[in-house]
Design a protein. Structure first.
Length: 121
């Protein structure tokens, strides 16, 4: 069984829909592909950033945001950070889902953040 640590950079409509899909398909992913996963970080533009190397409860994150709360309402242990770069440096993810809004002409800020993530390994 292979385990992957996942992180979401952007958790708006697209990020939340992906999270819900992963939760619905979690058993299939495990049984058919031999893959387990945990979410070690979620960063939003307006609802905070949360990191936990042992894994964040994805259902709880979705519920917090649905009720209008910040991710910083997560119970400890978690590490609230202030920038996307700090998030990338500390989330410890194997897989990053980037779903932030971008400038359609330049691709920014996503291009720089993806470059930074690739530079971190």
């Amino acid at each position: 069984m292979t385990h992957y640590k996942l992180a979401f950079l952007g958790f708006g409509n697209v990020g939340k829909a992906l999270a819900e899909l992963l939760l619905r398909k979690q058993t299939d992913i495990q049984t058919q592909l031999g893959i387990t996963f945990s979410v070690t970080g979620i960063a939003t533009g307006s609802k905070g950033i949360a990191i936990n190397p042992d894994g964040l409860d994805l259902n709880q994150a979705l519920a917090l945001l649905k009720s209008g709360q910040s991710l910083e309402a997560f119970p400890p242990p978690h590490s609230p950070l202030s920038t996307s770069l700090e998030f990338l440096q500390n989330c410890g993810a194997d897989v990053l889902f980037e779903t932030i809004p971008v400038n359609y002409h330049t691709g920014q800020p996503a291009v720089d953040l993806i470059r930074a993530a690739l530079g971190l390994g």
